[in-house]
Write a protein that binds this ligand. Structure first.
Ligand SMILES: Nc1ncnc2c1ncn2[C@@H]1O[C@H](COP(=O)(O)OP(=O)(O)OP(=O)(O)O)[C@@H](O)[C@H]1O
Ligand SMILES: [Mg+2]
Length: 236
């Protein structure tokens, strides 16, 4: 059986000539939780942006049996939910409700189902009381939680998260980690939060300067102190 996500020899250069990814190959199996780690500028966010076709490098990426092409993008985006590192990129509607309902409405769900899923998603991120507030008046951490709710409300098959735990207070960071733990779907998480990775992930991929340096069982990679130190991921 083919893996759920198959990335083959992905290379990407930004228009200004910055080479962000070079020949990255990665396979994600159904129910994997993969921690994507690496120092600043390693290419983590760039890689994630390829998984729902926001960026298109020289590559073939296959998701759930579909190759990512212009034609398959709408279907790919139903399967793969991406939460950006910066919540400002995710929130554009007048209220928290509108932002969280946007995806479900686009999927054509009826009003009752939309409202039910919005409430559920907002409850999951502990933001139900903010439902009728303007997203733009929220704190950065609160925006991060709403950004997550905007994709949870669509019940995605694959969750792709960029730094989901950064800027959260300790209580909400742990609540979010617990939430991910209880979500029985495939996850790919780019992060510097190695404690979160060790709590959630079965596999770890380590990127450095656009290249995949290690990919394997989380315990093995997180337990390799020399490897982590050599890529500035642990204190020497
Ligand atoms: N829009 C852009 N235009 C040009 N270069 C970019 C752009 N975005 C990112 N880069 C470059 O691509 C490389 C990879 O960046 P990326 O944001 O993917 O790294 P990252 O691993 O997510 O880092 P961080 O841990 O800081 O979030 C870096 O050298 C970065 O400077
Ligand atoms: Mg990043």
């Amino acid at each position: 059986m083919r893996p759920l996500i198959e990335i083959k020899d992905l290379s990407y250069t930004y228009p200004d000539g910055n080479v962000a990814l070079e020949n990255v190959s990665l396979e994600v199996e159904e129910r994997d939780c993969i921690g994507l780690i690496g120092p600043n500028g390693a290419g983590k966010s760039t890689l994630l942006l390829h998984l729902n076709g926001i960026l298109r490098g020289s590559n073939q990426i296959q998701v759930d049996g579909l190759e990512i092409t212009a034609e398959t993008l709408p279907k790919i985006r139903e399967k793969v939910a991406l939460v950006f590192q910066d919540p400002e990129h995710q929130l554009f509607m007048p209220t928290v409700y509108d932002d969280t309902a946007f995806g479900p409405i686009n999927l054509g769900w009826d009003k009752n189902k939309v409202n039910w899923q919005v409430d559920l998603a907002l409850q999951e991120v502990d933001m139900l009381t903010a439902k009728h507030r303007s997203s733009h008046h929220l704190s950065f951490g609160e925006k991060k939680r709403i950004a997550l709710a905007t994709v949870l409300s669509m019940k995605p098959k694959i969750l792709v998260l960029d730094e989901p735990s950064s800027n959260l207070d300790p209580k909400h960071r742990w609540e979010m980690i617990d939430l991910f733990k209880n979500l029985n779907i495939t996850k790919l998480i780019a992060t510097h939060d190695l404690e979160m990775v060790s709590t959630l992930c079965n596999k770890v991929a380590l990127l450095n300067r656009g290249r995949l340096k290690a990919f394997g069982p989380a315990a093995e990679i997180l337990g390799n102190k020399d490897l982590l130190v050599s890529y500035d991921l642990a204190k020497p």
